[in-house]
Design a protein around this ligand. Sequence first.
Ligand code: ZN
Ligand code: FE
Length: 257
Amino acid sequence: MTASPIAIPAFNDNYIWAFHQQDQCVVVDPGDAAPVERYLSENGLSLSALLITHHHPDHVGGIAALIKDRDIPVYGPAAESIPAMSHPLRDGDTVTPAGTDLSFSVMAVPGHTLGHIAFINAAQGWLFCGDTLFAGGCGRLFEGTPEQMLHSLRRLAALPDTTQVFCAHEYTQANLTFAAAVTPEDPAVQARLQAVIDLRQKGKITLPSTLAEEKATNPFLRSDDKDLKDSCQRHEPGCGDSDMQCFAALRRWKDNF
Ligand code: ZN
Ligand code: FE
């Protein structure tokens, strides 16, 4: 039995996910080395590999310091420039991070960045999706198009409902506040928002979520929903009523929310 991934908080709202087998620990998107080193030493773990989803500094900033005195692999997206990357990965690749027998499939999920990848362990039901899918939301389109992001999110949403979503930021409350503004009458959105507010008031993490929850309440996975489309039309008359146009309008709306 493999223990669930642990969130190491970093910066204001990042989570660096860590999982281990015996004393071998794999870390995902180490934007900062110091909190990772603290976690390793407090738990008697040794770092065996790094998984990287995309090139943004808050996801790669700790790599150089973490590998300085260690000979460990850095798995990341082949289409992006990642410091010290030893194993460039592409869509459809499979990788078993050093120190574990856990096999991950790699999915290309362009949109937030063009080379962004996600790591999926089907046996455990784990999804490390970086800044692509968030609890209640999705990443900003810094490099990709709405078409690319919608396609990426649909591929993620096609994973089993029980899949646990280990995204890289604590944005859930702001995302669900937006979701509640888009579909104010939706009881599932309201209930989730309230549950998340309660968790945050206690200083607790809101992750992981499940894909089932995301499909029920995340507006960016529901651009085919009639009520949601109507809401986009009211917010931005003439935005169009295809799923793609609705998704693009939602993303614009959230960018200025
Ligand atoms: Zn990012
Ligand atoms: Fe980020």
